[in-house]
Design a protein around this ligand. Structure first.
Ligand SMILES: NC(=O)c1ccc[n+]([C@@H]2O[C@H](COP(=O)([O-])OP(=O)(O)OC[C@H]3O[C@@H](n4cnc5c(N)ncnc54)[C@H](OP(=O)(O)O)[C@@H]3O)[C@@H](O)[C@H]2O)c1
Length: 214
């Protein structure tokens, strides 16, 4: 049994991962959220809700103490500003293992026309540069991190994904939130897996110039 804290636990992928963890493991989950009213389906035997903002280091440190692993499902804005607080709070609480949900393109790894389209879509808002900075801050830390880079997300009720490595080109154009949750659960169940590296996630055979739903 592990004690897992989920930061941004009301997020879509986070809820899918929590449900899968409850079904497949005996882990105890701490749901760290800004807005607890968004959590409508808490399993009170397995999930403890803690209200807080990750940018409040004191609040975060308190929540992290006694946990085994941190799964951060945060975004979309100002993620680069969150990392120093998360790293400090993890140091203060004596924690090493971080699973961080990032996005495709943070290592400029998306090839061809789809890569250009992705930049056009994500750069103007500042989202991609911010996420890229967050990823490099994590890589510069001493944490046992996994930076997860999902492709464009869908809500399809399917687990269908393949992975690419830190220095590989991203493949495909989409992946389901349920698939990302499944990969996160695999990491939580095998905390030595994919440590101090980054994994891209895509649905097989979805290569194209943009996702099919655009
Ligand atoms: N859309 C795409 O195609 C795509 C592709 C690849 C990666 N991604 C990334 O994947 C991430 C996860 O996806 P998702 O669908 O699960 O996202 P989501 O539903 O938007 O969840 C993100 C959560 O982060 C929380 N949060 C933000 N700032 C916080 C803070 N300072 N302290 C505590 N909690 C905070 C939000 O809380 P509140 O509810 O309080 O706002 C929200 O619940 C996204 O954030 C995005 O960056 C997206």
């Amino acid at each position: 049994m592990s004690k897992v804290i989920i930061l941004g636990a009301a997020g879509h992928i986070a809820r899918l991962a929590a449900k899968q963890l409850i079904k497949e493991t005996d882990d105890q989950l701490t749901l760290f959220v800004r807005h607890p009213k968004k959590l409508t389906d808490v399993d009170e035997n397995r999930e403890t809700v803690v209200v807080g903002d990750v940018n409040d280091e004191e609040e975060l440190t308190k929540a992290l103490k006694g946990q085994d692993l941190v799964y951060a499902n945060l975004g979309p804005d100002d993620t680069d500003k969150m990392i120093p607080h998360i790293v400090n709070a993890m140091h203060n609480a004596g924690l090493k293992r971080l699973i961080w949900i990032s996005t495709l393109g943070v290592f400029d790894e998306v090839p061809g026309k789809f890569g250009e389209w992705n930049k056009q879509m994500l750069n103007p808002s500042g989202y991609l540069p911010t996420q890229a900075k967050a990823a490099s801050e994590i890589e510069a830390s001493d944490l046992d991190y996994t930076i997860v880079r999902p492709n464009w997300l869908t809500n399809k009720d399917e687990v269908a994904y393949e992975t690419t490595g830190r220095h590989d080109d991203m493949k495909g154009t989409e992946v389901s939130r349920k698939s990302v949750a499944d990969y996160v659960v695999k990491l939580i169940q095998n905390p030595q897996k994919d440590v101090r590296t980054s994994t891209g996630l895509n649905k097989p055979n979805t290569d194209g110039d943009k996702p099919s739903f655009y």
